[in-house]
Design a protein. Structure first.
Lengths: 325, 651
């Protein structure tokens, strides 16, 4: 923790110095006509998940706002850590951008050595958020959340939750849910949202702790009991929030974009503006909201404060869960 | 006949042309180990935004099915599956090619792939909604038993050598646990190497395990890589038709297996091929011919893996759950178009979906002419290329292939290290296939096992979860059959052909002790792992210890010992040189730059593989050919597939 503190303190200083040095040299030249060729957009997860879908939505309108195309590539592994640990070694000319997630990039370095530190990454925009949600199969006897909680109280451990991965946003959500409601449930990790939802639709488990977006394609095979957002989602107006039901559970996953550390300040700002413009494109907004995503606008200028708040929150969560190394 | 009206839409000149281009591109990409359908499909998705949904989907589907088929080429010609789906194609395809029947093997693979693809496509066309329920009927326990069933193939693959085969499988299973665990989240067996956090990539491992030994053995002697058959050529298609027609039941059964396995999300073509192969071998009257160039083996694998294409689209379109990575990308393309997948898709968006399915079927049929032309060309070029060009080209393909998967030089190094390991182990009677099987099935087996255990123990019915479910019981029965049948058959035939394993007693003893020591080291690494993360690897490691113990006892009791030198463990000068060159290549690729290091290594390996007296004119010709090959691939990867290539200091 101590190292982190020093690093957090020195980071702005170092950034300022590097940026100063760089912007005085050749980079400002190149930055002026940025972007002038296709931008590589690296995703840190396999195709088919929330990161992929939202990036594909961005891709459809990218050229309209950036003047150039973007090319999506996949670099999955270790819950994203494989790609994030290599990000700063990539070319910092703005033509390489990478998907970045919270809580992943905060929790991973806290729990274990993941080959990178949170403060070494340079997010330039967090553009959306997917709250957690509890699902049950359509033929489940649990009609509302209180049914499930009552059953879990009477039968400790019996309720099984399908989720994506260990120490993930889903897992954190489930653990906090247990603490807040005083029940004991069993979390069963799957290798992704897809396999978890499949098992749930097949009635292999009692319920699922997933993202609200996860059920968008399941049709009528699943029922969403509650969503951990501040307010109800436009795509699912009938699903109550946990808060409405008296459980103070708000959380999920933020997704954004990061650049290699060597990317010049001007280019970072330009990229941040492009993503911001896309985020207010009506065509894009409609697609995202129809699928249950919650758009967020956290541009480069507000990043430090945003990261600090999240860092503090998840350090607390990690301590609560006994995950800190 | 509303269904038929969509067929007309699929038959427009534009759609036909797109299907043809897609199949050609897919076949070429699939034939190159490491370049995958996922890659090509991912790059092409944006084009579908402008093309209109049905046409766009037809291209993507055509590329996908072409790539699964193309994987057979490399499997047959250089013993390296072009895609993991073609793992089991190497078992019989490569022996056939070695016997001079490469053209026949490719024709068989083509017919089988078309047959399998059509069965999968028809299932998608007519039965998608009911078949999607299959995906839901498979829970964690069924996935676990399916992986176990796949592993029983080892008993058949290593007759007379079962203990070594099992040890190999355990090595593969342990390799599959390296990195951050999905269940439990532990970091396992990385030895503090950040680059191992993501685990060992299956594709690069397969390239290394299968292809490196081929390269190392190729430079050992002057004999050509493949015998070029004299009589065949024109008649191979006819012969293939006759052979396939006689095996139509195998083809149909394997296609159905492929369709069903394709429906299961996360299983995919490699498992479909292995399961169909196991089943074909078990039910065949000539099961002892499998692994030595049996047409049945190729037919089973290739029809099953192409059937997974149609099968995989079933849960993708009906449930919104992608069966495979390319399915996932195609699903994304659909959602971007504003098309909601789900049970209503087939009724509400019928024109798009059915036009696409017909397009996919047409593309599958187009594989026949495309495959026969490309196949003949590929076989001739591989058989006729002089060794001094063939060896560096194959080496080059392994290096770029393993790099291209994730644009990660680390994968290339893993490919190299595992390849050398496989070559050494093969000299002591441990073959590569059990290792590959363990690696491919390990993750599915472990996750299925732990998930079943978690669900079972939460509700106090662990035994019932593992052994009480109807589908599980069915798979267990098949697995027991597949496990015992080959051993029983072998015992019955024992008097006829006694297989004597080549073993140099002191050397094999040493290798066995090294394996035991290795498991000991790994066991000591397991302190502090969570119970979830530790249970599977610890069982495997104890199994390795027991099996090695058995092997030790058997070794000590046998009197037979092959002289050490006869094993060919010590590499020749050329073999060491080629290993060192590829090793340096993988190590310095990022610093020297991809193109420069490739040119250097390519020409060095050309010299190493040259058995003739060096003459100026052919040398110059070969050097210019190598420049063309390297440049062509560099451009394909950088400009067409848009991969990030290491720039290094020069280029």
């Amino acid at each position: 923790m101590n190292k982190n503190k020093i690093a957090r303190f020195t980071k702005p200083l170092l950034t300022a110095m590097t940026v100063g040095a760089l912007s005085m040299s050749m980079s400002s030249m190149a930055a002026e006509d940025f972007p002038s060729k296709p931008i590589n957009y690296i995703l840190t997860f396999n195709a088919g998940g929330e990161s992929d879908l939202s990036a594909r939505f961005q891709q459809t309108v990218f050229e309209k706002h950036a003047g150039v195309k973007t090319v999506i590539q996949y670099m999955p592994g270790a819950g994203g850590a494989v790609a994030w640990s290599q990000l700063n070694g990539m070319e910092g000319d703005g033509y390489t951008i990478m998907g970045i997630n919270i809580p992943h990039t905060i929790m991973q370095p806290i729990v274990k050595d993941s080959g990178y530190k949170t403060e070494e990454l340079t997010p330039i925009y967090y553009f959306h958020y997917t709250p957690n949600a509890i699902f049950v199969p359509a033929n489940s006897k649990f009609e509302q959340l209180s049914d499930l909680v009552d059953y879990a109280k009477k039968n400790p451990g019996m309720v099984t939750f399908a989720g994506s991965g260990s120490n993930s946003a889903n897992h954190i959500g489930q653990t906090l849910f247990d603490k807040m409601t005083g029940v004991t449930t069993t979390y069963v990790p799957f290798s992704g949202i897809g396999p978890a939802m499949t098992a749930l639709m097949g009635n292999q488990l009692t319920a699922g702790f997933n993202y609200a977006t996860s059920g968008a394609n399941a049709g009528d095979k699943l029922r969403m009991l509650a969503v951990s957002a501040e307010k109800r989602l436009k795509a699912f107006p009938d699903v109550p929030t946990f808060k409405e039901l008296g459980i103070d559970l708000v959380g999920g996953a933020y997704r954004g974009l990061a650049v290699p550390k060597s990317t010049p300040e001007e280019v970072r700002q330009k990229l941040s503006k492009i993503i911001g413009d896309i985020n207010s494109d009506p065509e894009f907004v409609k697609k995202m909201e129809d699928n249950g995503f919650v758009l967020t606008d956290i541009p480069y200028e507000q990043m430090d404060a945003f990261m600090e708040a999240n860092q503090k929150e998840y350090e607390g969560v990690a301590e609560l869960l006994g995950l800190s190394k | 006949m509303e269904l038929l009206s969509y067929l007309v839409e699929a038959l427009t000149p534009l759609n036909l042309m797109l299907a043809l281009i897609g199949v050609i591109a897919g076949t070429v990409i699939g034939a190159m180990p490491g370049l995958s359908a996922t890659m090509a499909v991912a790059v092409l998705v944006p084009f579908t935004y402008v093309m209109g949904p049905a046409s766009g989907l037809i291209v993507l589907g055509a590329i996908y099915t072409g790539a699964i088929y193309g994987g057979a080429f490399a499997a047959i010609l250089v013993n390296t599956p072009g895609t993991p789906s073609a793992i089991a194609t190497t078992f019989d395809g490569y022996p056939m090619a070695k016997q001079g029947k490469g053209a026949l093997a490719i024709s068989l693979a083509t017919l089988a792939s078309v047959g399998g693809g059509v069965v999968g496509g028809i299932a998608l066309l007519l039965l998608a909604p009911p078949l999607a329920e299959v995906a839901l009927a498979f829970g964690p326990a069924e996935y676990f038993w399916m992986a176990v069933f796949g592993l029983t193939l080892i008993s058949a693959l290593s007759i007379g050598n079962t203990v070594k085969g099992l040890i190999g499988a355990c090595i593969g299973l342990i390799l599959s646990t390296v990195g951050v665990a999905v269940v439990g989240g532990d970091v396992r067996f990385t030895f503090d190497q950040v680059s191992l956090l993501g685990g060992i990539d299956i594709t690069s491992a397969i390239i290394g395990l299968y292809c490196m030994p081929v390269i190392i053995d190729l430079v050992a002697s002057k004999t050509p890589h493949l015998n070029f058959a004299k009589v065949e050529g024109e008649s191979s298609l006819k012969t293939a038709f006759t052979l396939a027609a006689k095996r139509k039941f195998n083809l149909l059964r394997s296609s159905i297996i492929g369709t069903v396995v394709g429906i299961l999300p996360g299983a995919g073509g490699s498992i479909a091929g292995l399961v169909a192969y196991t089943e074909a071998r078990r039910s065949s009257k000539e099961s002892d011919k499998f692994g030595k160039g049996a047409p049945d083996g190729i037919i089973a694998t290739e029809s099953a893996n192409n059937a997974t294409v149609g099968g995989g689209f079933i849960p993708t379109l009906v449930l919104g759950i992608p069966g495979t990575p390319p399915d996932a990308i195609i699903l994304g393309a659909l959602l971007v178009q504003g098309i909601k997948t789900g049970p209503t898709l087939f009724t509400e968006q019928g024109s798009i979906v059915y036009t696409f399915i017909y397009g996919l079927l047409i593309a599958t049929l187009l594989m026949l002419p495309v495959g026969l032309v490309l196949g003949k060309y590929a076989y001739k070029s591989i058989a006729k290329t002089p060794k001094q060009l063939l060896v560096p080209t194959v080496a080059f393909l392994t290096v770029i292939g393993s790099y291209a998967i994730h644009s990660n030089p680390h994968d290339t190094f893993v490919m190299f290290a595992l390849g050398v390991l496989a070559w050494v182990l093969s000299k002591f009677g441990f073959s590569a296939s059990p290792i590959v099987l363990g690696l491919v099935l390990g993750k599915i087996a472990e996750q299925g096992f732990v998930q079943t255990y978690l669900i079972g123990s939460a509700q106090d019915r662990v035994m019932e979860m593992f052994f009480g479910r109807p589908i599980s019981i069915g798979i267990i029965i098949c697995a027991v059959f597949a496990l015992i049948y080959p051993l029983w058959m072998a015992r019955r035939k024992k008097s006829q052909e006694q297989t004597v394993a080549l073993d140099n007693k002191p050397a094999t003893l040493m290798v066995t002790l090294l394996i035991m020591a290795g498991s000991g080291v790994l066991l000591s690494q397991m302190d502090g792992m969570s119970k979830l993360g530790a249970v599977f690897p610890s069982y495997i490691l104890y199994a390795v210890l027991v099996l090695s113990g058995l092997l030790l006892i058997r070794l000590l009791r046998t009197k037979h010992s092959t002289p050490f030198l006869q094993l060919g463990v010590l590499p020749t000068a050329r073999q060491s040189a080629v290993v060192v060159t590829i090793g340096l290549w993988t190590l310095f690729m990022s610093t020297l730059g991809f193109a420069l290091s490739s040119l250097l290594a390519f020409t060095s390996i050309m010299l190493i593989a040259n058995f003739d007296k060096p003459k100026l004119v052919p040398m110059l010709r070969n050097v210019s050919v190598s420049v063309v090959i390297v440049a062509a691939f560099y451009l394909l990867m950088k400009e067409v597939l848009l991969l990030r290539m290491p720039a290094g200091i020069l280029f």
